[in-house]
Design a protein around this ligand. Structure first.
Ligand code: ADP
Ligand code: MG
Length: 683
């Protein structure tokens, strides 16, 4: 590759084999230059280094096998398939293909030897691998990277492209080079990450603690730190409308609530109250475990702004969650004579126009919605406060877009951000270096902890019966389906099938279904019916993970919980235990469990506290198992993990300080690691 331009400016089509179609697919992954590709990091690795004897295989194992074909042929079942029985002296296994060509068929003659990689599962006649990958000579000497992929772009294709791009790593700008760290050079680090050499420390790579990974994590954290500091400085220099509290509306709300605030809610509400009175924009993050009562704290902030004569926008990342806030804010604020406007992504036409008009004219004091709130054409009359729930689902840049809508006369609205992501305070300050942090570290009284049990799926019929009994007693239940490769389509299919089966097994129950493939209005209708008690049982994918509040739902079944990480399990379980009824959660696992999965389920049985669970999560992470990928990322980090890499943070702070004095170097890092919207935000 003739080094014409640096990789940062070399288009991806410069690589051999990348035409317009491939470039379009890469573009979907955010890859447009050779440098982008080099920073397209593996999500995880597969360990194909160890060949397992057939006799030792168990369902669920991902394994490399080396065996001899004993017998092969096609089979006309419901779908025609090609079957090969293979053996290695310790046992035998069936390989199965539904799609196959004559070449493959010819190669599978009795006596032929081969090496295959695949997932072991139970088939009609014993253990089998469906569509095993035939392994090439030399492959499997080292870990195999698995990349974020997209339709039409396979893992082998990505690996080949990476191979072609890697020589360019040496030409990347490296602003952190040679400043005496004991971490490897950038190019070496990338080489190791994308093409782990056989002698590399496998364990460390799988766990994300390898120096190569830490080198990239360090860069990313420095970039993030620089970006956030610039944001904070910009906000501090800006004006915001001071929102003096009169207590007229907030006191009325407090008087109308059927409960008293907890001490933690009081404290956080006071911190917010003080911030809002300032002439600079509040930038505060409220962190509180699921069920800690963040919404009412947000409502108090909203009413203070309204008292002072300003509007409030309340934004949530999903329709379901936004709808939840609409219900709360309407219930609390309409009796006080306020109009609450509703702006969702799906509403078009008259209702949308009416809502937008109420907001633009200033008649609606509070606007609740999804990202529709900051879309083109939305104008606020006098926006003084923006409240954002579950911020990690939004990029920083979306938060900034809403800021543009407000304040008037060049002023910015105040911002209140709420998250349930339990990260320790010191880390929060680093993750959200542009924010002040308040923590609601106490739960409302009278909650009985959710009783959690783990039950093997061989006892599924008992669990189904239990659901039937609970619903007969007037309780409501969730049944959550999980999948490993969470494509929306396959998750939806699994949930549909489960809903059909449960409907058949429990014919007297009203069973609803939500998954990510439904249209928003369908999703919402199902949720509304569940909330209204018209449905007894809600079968769902993990789309219900965030924020849904149905106090009467007191039983949750999570299928295949061993596939989820602790953080996600905790979020899911937080959907029950919200009312006064005793709640339970059944972790319906598929055995045999790996040691790590067993420990995760044990933590879930024993603890109900987000911080405790987060600590265990850290200790149990990264065993190389397939976990949901989302749980690993706080604030959308790509290489770093704030908990795992916490020890880097002091050095990150120092380096960020130094780099702020070198704008060109800082810019290289910001371009590399921060999404576009965040980069220009501070200027
Ligand atoms: P989260 O922090 O997960 O958003 P919510 O704000 O949805 O929690 O609150 C969970 C439930 O607890 C709601 O039904 C809410 O009305 C109730 N709640 C909030 N604060 C208190 C309190 N101090 N005492 C009793 N119940 C409360
Ligand atoms: Mg909430």
């Amino acid at each position: 590759m003739a080094a014409s331009a640096p990789p940062e400016r070399r288009p991806i089509t410069d690589l051999h084999g990348v035409g317009p179609r491939q470039a379009e697919r890469l573009g979907r992954l955010g890859v447009t230059t050779v440098a982008d590709l080099l920073f397209h990091l593996p999500l995880r690795y597969q360990d194909r280094t160890r060949v397992l004897p057939l006799g030792s295989l168990r369902p669920g194992d991902e394994a490399v096998i080396e065996a001899e074909v004993v017998q092969a042929g096609t089979h006309d079942g419901r779908r025609r398939s090609l079957l090969a029985r293979v053996a290695d002296g310790t046992g035998w296994l069936t390989l199965r293909w539904f799609y196959f060509g004559p070449g493959l068929q010819r190669s599978l003659v009795p006596g032929a030897r081969g090496r295959w990689f695949g997932e072991v599962r139970t088939g009609p006649t014993g253990l089998e691998m469906v569509h095993p990958e035939a392994m090439k000579e030399g492959e499997g000497d080292a870990l195999t990277p698995i990349y974020p992929a997209t339709e039409g772009l396979t893992q082998p294709a990505l690996r080949t492209l990476m191979e072609r791009a890697l020589p360019a790593a040496a030409e990347l700008a490296d602003p952190l080079a040679g400043e005496g760290d004991d971490l490897p050079e950038l190019a070496t680090a990338l080489q190791t990450i994308h093409r782990p050499p056989p002698e590399a420390d496998t364990e460390a790579l799988l766990e994300g603690t390898h120096p190569a990974r830490r080198r990239l994590a360090f860069e990313e954290l420095v970039a993030r730190q620089i970006g956030l500091r610039r944001l904070r400085a910009a906000a501090g220099a800006h004006a915001a409308p001071p929102l003096a509290p009169t207590g007229r509306l907030t006191n009325a709300l407090l008087a109308s609530l059927p409960f008293n605030l907890t001490a933690a809610q009081e404290r956080v509400a006071a911190e917010i109250r003080a911030d809002l009175g300032e002439a600079h924009p509040m930038q505060r993050l409220v962190q509180g475990d699921v069920g800690s009562g963040k919404t009412v704290v947000a409502a108090l902030a909203a009413l203070q702004a309204v008292e002072a004569g300003w509007q409030v926008a309340v934004m949530a990342p999903t329709e379901i969650l936004a709808e939840q806030h609409r219900a709360s804010f309407q219930a609390w604020c309409e009796p006080l004579g306020l109009e609450v406007a509703w702006l969702s992504g799906r509403d078009r036409g008259d209702s949308r126009r009416a809502a937008a008009e109420a907001v633009a004219s200033g008649r609606a004091a509070i606007a609740v919605g999804t990202h529709a709130l900051f879309q083109e054409g939305m104008a606020f009359h006098d926006l003084g406060l923006v409240i954002i729930d579950e911020q990690h689902r939004f990029g920083v840049h979306q938060r900034l877009a809403l800021r543009e809508k407000g304040g008037g006369e060049g002023r910015w609205p105040h911002q209140l951000i709420m998250t349930a992501t339990p990260i320790p305070r010191t880390l929060a300050q680093s993750a959200y270096a542009d924010l002040d942090v308040s923590v609601i570290d106490e739960r409302p009284p009278g909650r009985t902890p959710v009783e959690t049990v783990a039950v093997p799926d061989s006892r599924r019929p008992e669990v189904v019966e239990r659901v039937g009994r609970a619903c007969a007693e007037g309780r409501q239940a969730y049944w959550v389906c999980t999948l490993i490769e969470e494509s929306e389509a396959s998750a939806a299919q699994a949930a549909e099938q489960t809903a059909a089966e449960l409907g058949e097994a429990l014919p007297t129950l009203h069973v609803g279904l939500v998954h990510g493939r439904l249209r928003p209005e369908e999703k919402e209708a199902v949720m509304a019916a569940f909330k209204a008690g018209e449905l007894d049982l809600l079968v769902a994918t993990t789309v219900i993970e965030v924020g849904v509040d149905v106090p009467n739902a007191s039983l949750m079944i999570i299928e295949n919980p061993e596939r989820l990480g602790l953080a996600q399990l905790h979020q899911l379980r937080g959907r029950v235990g919200r009312g006064s009824a005793k709640s339970s959660c059944v972790l319906l696992y598929h055995g045999p469990l790996s040691e790590n999965a067993g420990q995760r389920l044990a933590v879930m049985r024993e603890s109900d506290d987000g911080f405790t669970i987060a600590r265990h999560d850290l200790a149990l992470r990264g065993s190389g198992e397939v976990l949901g990928t989302r749980q690993t990322g706080v604030a959308g980090l790509r290489a770093a993990d704030l908990q795992r890499d916490a020890d880097l943070l002091p050095a990150v702070q120092q380096r960020a300080d130094a780099l702020l004095e070198r704008p060109e170097a800082a810019e290289v890092l910001e371009r590399r690691w921060l999404p576009e919207g965040e980069r220009y935000a501070a200027v």
